[in-house]
Design a binder for this molecule. Structure first.
Ligand code: OSB
Ligand code: MG
Length: 374
C-alpha cells in the first residue's frame, strides 16, 4: 500500500491525572501530552502520541524539545515523500540525525498506524501481533507510608491486576516491598521500579530485596548505564529489568551479552518507534529474554500503540497498560480502554488502525497550542 504524508498537525494538550504519580525522580499531577495528526495524500489521517514528559527527569527529552525537534528537523524527513512501507521510516529519520528518540517515535509509530488504517487492518496485525488479549499490571506511585501502599496494592490486586509494580526510592523501599509481599502472599507477582535512584555504593542494600521474591527489579541504577547493572545482577538473585537504559537495539544487545539484566521493558516511545521495538523483541526472543511493554502514563491514543505492541508473541509478562480509568476521569478515545477481572485488555484486532475513535472535540477543548506543518 504505502503512504505519503502531506500535512502534520501537532498539538499539546493537558490532561489531569486522577491521582498524582510519584516516582523517585519527580511527581506529576497532570500530563502535558504532545499529539500528532498525520494526513496522507489520499485524505486518511491518524493520531499519534509522544511519551515525553513535562520535565527531563525520566529521559533528556521533554514535551518542549520534542515539539522543537519535530517542527524543525523531524517532519521534513517525511513530508511529501512516498514510503512503500513504514519499516522504511526508521532509516529516513535516523540518517545523520542523532538521538531524540521520543520525537522520532511519535512520527514513526504514526506511520505504522497510518499504513494499517489505509490497508484496513489492525495495527496489531500489521506488526505481527498474535494475541487477542494482553495481560496488564498496575504501576503504583510512591506513597507516604507502607500502610498507604498496602491499601492501594490490595485494592488493585482485588480489581484483577495480576502484577503489582511498586515505585521505590531510598528510604521508601525495603519496608514498603516487605509490606506488600506480606499482604499479597508469596504467589503474587510483585516488582519494584527504582527509576535510577541507587548507585554503586548501594549493592548491599539492594541485595536485601532478594528476600521479597520479586518478579524483577526495574532500573535500579543510572538511566544511561549498562555495565554497573551487570555487576549488580551478579550480586543479586532477583532478575534485573532494564527500562531507561535500553535506548535502542544496541543497548539491548549489550545488556544480553554483559548479563546486565534478565528482562527488558520495551517502551516503543523510548526506543524510537516500532521498527526498533520489533528488532529488540526479536533479539530477546532468540536470547530467551522475556519482554513486556512499559507505559508512560499515555492517553488512550498512545495506549493503542502499546497494546498493539504487547500483542506480539515475545511479550510474555504483564505490561504497564492499565485501563483508562486508572489514569483519567475521561480519556480522549472511545471506547475507553478497559480490563476484565482477570487483568486482561482486549486487543482491537477486528478494527482498522488504532481500533479506537479519537474524540476531536474534546482534544480541541484540551489544546494549549497547535502547529500545522506542511
Ligand atoms: O519507569 O516505567 C516507568 C511513568 C512515567 C515515567 C516512567 C515510568 C512510568 C510508569 C507508569 O511506571 C506506567 C504506566 O503508564 O502505567
Ligand atoms: Mg520504569
Amino acid at each position: 500500500m504505502g503512504f505519503q504524508i502531506e500535512k502534520i498537525v501537532m498539538r499539546e494538550i493537558h490532561l489531569p491525572l486522577v491521582e498524582p504519580f510519584r516516582i523517585s525522580s519527580g511527581v506529576e499531577y497532570e500530563r502535558r501530552i504532545l499529539l500528532l495528526e498525520l494526513f496522507d495524500a489520499d485524505g486518511t489521517s491518524i493520531f499519534a502520541e509522544s511519551v515525553a514528559g513535562a520535565e527531563p527527569n525520566y529521559a533528556p527529552e521533554t514535551v518542549d524539545t520534542v515539539w522543537l525537534v519535530i517542527s524543525r528537523y523531524g517532519a521534513k524527513r517525511l513530508l511529501g515523500k512516498k514510503f512503500d512501507h513504514p519499516r522504511d521510516v526508521h532509516d529516513a529519520l535516523n540518517h545523520n540525525f542523532r538521538g531524540h528518540n521520543m520525537a522520532k517515535a511519535a512520527l514513526e509509530m504514526g506511520c505504522w498506524a497510518l499504513e494499517a488504517q489505509k490497508q484496513g487492518i489492525s495495527l496489531s496485525h500489521l506488526i505481527g501481533g498474535t494475541r487477542d488479549k494482553i495481560v496488564t499490571g498496575i504501576s503504583i506511585g510512591i506513597q507516604d507510608t507502607p500502610e498507604a501502599l498496602v491499601k492501594r496494592a490490595k485494592a488493585a490486586f482485588a480489581e484483577g491486576y495480576p502484577k503489582i509494580k511498586v515505585k521505590i526510592a531510598p528510604g521508601k523501599d525495603l519496608e514498603y516491598l516487605a509490606a506488600v509481599r506480606e499482604e499479597l502472599g508469596e504467589e503474587a507477582q510483585v516488582m519494584g521500579d527504582a527509576n535510577n535512584a541507587y548507585g554503586i555504593d548501594d549493592f548491599d542494600h539492594l541485595a536485601k530485596m532478594d528476600a521479597f521474591n520479586l518478579l524483577m527489579l526495574e532500573q535500579p541504577l543510572a538511566w544511561d548505564d549498562v555495565v554497573c547493572h551487570a555487576a549488580l545482577q551478579e550480586r543479586m538473585k532477583t532478575p534485573i529489568c532494564l527500562d531507561e537504559s535500553i535506548l535502542n537495539r544496541d543497548r539491548a544487545r549489550e545488556m544480553i551479552h554483559l548479563k546486565a539484566g534478565r528482562i527488558i521493558n520495551i517502551k516503543p516511545g523510548r526506543v524510537g518507534g516500532f521498527t526498533e521495538s520489533l528488532a529488540i523483541h526479536e533479539m530477546a526472543q532468540k536470547a530467551d529474554i522475556p519482554v513486556w511493554c512499559g507505559g508512560m502514563l499515555e492517553s488512550g491514543v498512545g495506549r493503542a500503540y502499546n497494546v498493539a505492541l504487547a500483542s506480539l508473541p515475545g511479550f510474555t509478562l504483564p505490561g504497564d497498560l492499565s485501563p483508562s480509568r486508572r489514569y483519567w476521569s475521561q480519556d480522549i478515545v472511545t471506547p475507553e480502554w478497559t480490563m476484565d477481572d482477570q487483568g486482561l485488555v482486549q486487543v482491537p484486532r477486528d478494527k482498522p488502525g488504532l481500533g479506537v475513535e479519537v474524540d476531536l472535540d474534546r482534544i480541541e477543548d484540551l489544546t494549549d497550542r497547535k502547529e500545522i506543518i506542511k
